[in-house]
Design a protein around this ligand. Structure first.
Ligand code: PRX
Length: 648
């Protein structure tokens, strides 16, 4: 018997969490058992043994992993823990690019393929060996130095998924510049807000990205986004289209020209383990996005560890993570983790249904992909297109499948297991966050898999499901997902806003609250039920309700707006907006389209409302906060729960 977590039901659970401490969840499960031989050959081996090793000596456990990597100077202490602030590998010196590049170039992986890129046109390919990638990164690092970028400066990267994007990322890390990557799907105001908050000195972009045969003019968006961003001194442009666009102002330089003019050798900057490596913005519930800060040492150890021991990457694997480097999944599991273990990483600019829904499966066959890491929203799309597309390609090279970003519903798990994995590949459902930097809860290779459950905390992580006082709840009772112990790749702060960082640890004193609702079963497997706050997850991307609402309200016709997530068969959730118009504006279809377009231009296509309803009033608390759960309850025909704070 399979227990399905329907979105609508999860919504009810979420509403109920506001009224009661905990709630009952009926758990019935189907267990999928992979061939036990894959565990015997895996890096992690027996989970319980590894987990015991961690519990017996947590710092010794992490020190052993860190010892697999190369450091320029030793640490004094593995962990200095002044809750909620942690410092890992204190005093140690390192450069993450030394471990991602030099370490391999000095050894047997020198001529191993590091990156394979495929563009939208099949056959449009680029291949970088570790040696070639190393050389490009060193040159571009020197080019950045010549533009005046110094250790500690912030560089904004707003690029399509091309090898040069990865070169730019690693070049920043090489010289100790802090990168802030902004997903290429974001629009002007979102980019502007991120450039300003981070105080970026340089913006690296491309003239265009390609999407479904169309050109997305990224440079034009940057041009607008740097107005009112006085920190920006230079814009570096990768010119892809022919004839080349002209670079006008003094500020603008060509990516390839500055690279060719630069010296070929660049020594990696010796970074302190606790120096920042990057800022990555994630949606918050209060308007402005949060700049999550990760540091060099702990992040390197966490991403290296999980890439090796969760994905079980071996030297002959061809690894494909379908995310974009603009999200944390791309940072950790396209760039840093896989390159730190010396993997062959496939990247592609293609979307999943262009020129047809067979493209991904042809890529798997063509390149012999062995490990595929993707999101439930993508699998749901493929389910819609039908089995004939994957069935046209030979997928026998695949040996491990991964999932991230949203609950992998049992029906979606089933399809992934059967159609893509030929009922033989372990499916690793990995739960983690921008804030955690690395996988935290996952099904490991060779373990029994329970569709609908992400799995158990991996060795090195102590996670639990608790009530609002922090007491563990018994199996079958829903509660808040928390992490009890610090881990190396935990975020260190929210840029310019440590108060917001402290909030993660103060909802329940001393515990890290992830903002997710969850339930455990008798075996300790954890099922994620959804977010306990106002974040909407569209196709695996976090959107703060407030971010979308402020975009709507910035339109001249809108007086007030509230948005909620509504169940969507493909995207998981879609954005529905309730809008109060200013006097003098009439509701109508044209205005709806205008508003949708307006949100698209301000935040990006992922934030576009799928429906807009014009209303006269919005449910609010007495203190004036919009009660989105009341809108949501109405929308889904469920009990709104406690409405005693409702004003009208
Ligand atoms: O709600 C959880 C969901 O995505 C949130 C984190 O989003 P973000 O920081 O954008 O990072 C996404 C990629 C790591 C979580 O709080 N989430 C992530 N992975 C899973 C998940 N929900 C269920 N199952 C997962 N495997």
């Amino acid at each position: 018997m399979i227990w399905y977590v329907h979105n609508a039901w999860a919504g009810q659970v979420r509403e109920r969490m506001h009224m009661t401490e905990t709630f009952d969840v009926k758990l019935a499960e189907k267990v999928c058992r992979p061939d036990p031989s894959c565990r015997e050959r895996s890096w992690i081996g027996d989970r319980d043994t590894a987990y015991r090793r961690y519990l017996d000596d947590p710092e010794g456990f992490w020190a052993a992993i860190a010892g697999e990597l190369e450091w320029f100077g030793p640490w004094e202490r593995v962990l200095e823990w002044n809750p909620p602030h942690a410092r890992w590998f204190t005093g140690a010196k390192l450069n993450i690019t030394h471990n991602c590049l030099d370490r391999h170039v000095a050894g047997e992986r020198r001529n191993k393929v590091a990156l394979i890129w495929q563009g939208e046109n099949e056959g449009d390919e680029q291949v970088y060996t570790y040696r070639q990638l190393h050389r490009s990164v060193m040159r571009f690092a020197n080019a950045l130095k010549r533009l005046g970028v110094e250790k500690g400066d912030t560089v904004c990267i707003y690029m399509p998924l091309v090898p040069e994007q990865i070169v730019a990322i690693l070049a920043c890390a090489r010289i100790g510049a802090v990168h802030s990557i902004v997903y290429g799907g974001f629009g002007t105001s979102a980019l502007n807000a991120r450039i300003r908050d981070a105080g970026a000195k340089i913006v690296i972009t491309a003239d265009v990205g390609y999407r479904r045969g169309r050109r997305i003019a990224l440079k034009a968006i940057v041009d607008e986004a740097v107005v009112n961003a006085p920190s920006v001194e230079r814009i570096v442009v990768l010119r892809r289209s022919k004839p080349e666009i002209e670079l006008y102002s003094e500020m603008e330089v060509d990516f390839n020209e500055i690279m060719e003019a630069a010296d070929p050798f660049c020594r990696p900057e010796a970074m302190d383990a606790e120096d920042p490596l990057f800022i990555l913005y994630t949606s918050g519930t209060t308007g402005t996005p949060k700049g999550i800060v990760h540091t060099c040492g702990g992040y390197m150890v966490g991403t290296y560890y999980t890439t090796k021991y969760v994905f079980d990457l071996k030297d002959n694997d061809v690894y494909w993570c379908t995310a974009d480097p603009g999200w944390i999944t791309g940072h950790s599991y396209i760039v840093y983790g896989p390159l730190a273990v010396g993997a062959t990483v496939l990247i592609t600019e293609t979307v999943l249904d262009y020129p047809d829904p067979g493209i991904w499966w042809r890529i798997v066959e063509d390149f012999g992909v062995t490990v595929l890491y993707t999101a439930p929203t993508a699998i749901r799309m493929f389910m819609k297109f039908g089995e004939e597309w994957p069935n046209r390609s030979n997928l026998e090279s695949l040996r491990i499948l991964g999932s991230v970003g949203e609950p992998l519903n049992p029906e979606v798990f089933d399809w992934y297991w059967r159609v893509v994995g030929r009922s033989s590949c372990p499916i690793l459902d990995t739960w983690w966050q921008t804030e955690t930097g690395m996988h935290m809860i996952a099904t490991l290779v060779g373990e029994p898999m329970k569709p609908g459950f992400t799995g158990r905390p991996i060795p090195g992580v102590v996670a639990d499901v608790v009530d609002r006082e922090g007491n563990p709840v018994p199996p079958g009772i829903g509660g808040l997902l928390v992490i009890r112990e610090p881990w190396p790749s935990m975020m260190r702060t929210v840029h310019n806003n440590d108060e917001r960082y402290l909030k993660y640890w103060s909802t329940i004193d001393g515990l890290y609250t992830a903002g997710d609702l969850a339930v455990k079963d008798e075996d300790g497997y954890i099922m994620i039920l959804g977010r306990s706050d106002d974040i909407i997850i569209v196709s695996g991307h976090n959107l703060g309700t407030a971010e979308v609402e402020s975009a709507l309200v910035s339109h001249e016709a809108v007086a007030e707006a509230a948005v909620i997530g509504v169940p969507d068969a493909v995207k998981g959730q879609a954005v529905k907006a309730f809008v109060i118009l200013r006097l003098g504006y009439e509701p109508g279809e044209q205005l709806k389209s205008d508003l949708i377009y307006h949100v698209r231009m301000s935040i990006g296509p992922i934030a576009m409302p799928s429906a807009i309803e014009f209303v006269q009033s919005l449910p609010k608390t007495r203190s004036g906060k919009i009660m989105r759960r009341v809108l949501k309850a109405q929308e889904m025909g469920i009990d709104p729960g406690d409405i005693s704070t409702l004003e009208e």
